[in-house]
Design a protein around this ligand. Sequence first.
Ligand SMILES: *Cc1c(COP(=O)(O)O)cnc(C)c1O
Length: 364
Amino acid sequence: MKWKEQIHQLHAYQPGKSIAEVKTHHTRHSIIKLASNENPYGYSLKVDHMLKEFGGTLNIYPDGKASKLRAETASLLEVDPNQLIFTNGTDELIQIISRTLIQPGKNTVMATPTFSQYKHNAVLDGGEVREIPLIDGIHDLDRMLSAIDENTTVVWVCNPNNPTGTYITIEKLWTFLKKVPNDVFVVLDEAYFEYVEQPGSTIELLEDFPNVMITRTFSKIYGLASLRVGYGISSVDIIQKLEAARPPFNTNVLGQMAAAAAISDQEFVKECFQKNAAEREKYYAFCLENGLKFYLSEGNFVLIDFKWDGEEVTNFLLEKGIIVRSGKQLGFPTCVRITIGLTEQNERVREAIKEFIKERSMNG
Ligand SMILES: *Cc1c(COP(=O)(O)O)cnc(C)c1O
């Protein structure tokens, strides 16, 4: 086979372990999955009703324009419907952006560690990847600026950053964007936007910076990860270009309908936001009590530094039926990333961590 050379550098994405997978190995405990930042509260009752009333017509192609979802989203965000693109999860949007803007001879700038898909797609598309280390978990925007040159096509800013959860304020973003050349495409990945406590909306930035795209998803707070719907918000011109690279029927009929129902229920979003913030505080208090370093998160997850092999902590928790994400695959080998779950689940996690700490200090 005459493969693209880059394919030899890449591996298939390794998702967190599934409940079914763990069940076959560890049967003593009920199993909780807090590894992929899914919503532990599920999804809106409006989605539930929609799914129950869905009459069929699976034999007909979905609306390629996602018109209803587009109208609902545009109205909530107060943007022109033509400022939106809908994709098979944000993952596909990242792929489309990479495919349209990244190629051999060009480069792309991002933080490290950050969400893995920016680099993965850039490598596949043959671009040079410029990775700027985080400073204490936070994007180093000054060094990112210095890394931009005339061959830079895309800059990625994950905000809040996955896996640290750290957040860049709108004021800081504005100052940064002001210095980015206006022919460089800047992606603000806001997969966790709805969990952010800091005030303000980045949508306002789009008026000053038509070279910016905000990406969001229905996979996280909206609780529809399995239906694969994400979207981008940008200037009409940019959307038009990216639309040319979008597969015609990339979002499916159930995904579109469920997402439209989900976005119409902002009450549910607010509830999840509040519960998540309260549970996140309990993790912080616990970490402080137990001398564990953690990163201040504006997402629905917290990265805890055990100063110990993160893989070992992950396996210890797995033995107790708790699936979390080892920091090893995320660029933080002594950390574990835990999705904030239901109150009882979080209590179980903290009990298990206490046991881990106790056992390790007993063993010296
Ligand atoms: C989960 C996640 C995504 C992917 O979301 P999908 O819409 O499910 O593809 C994108 N970016 C970040 C930072 C994420 O954590």
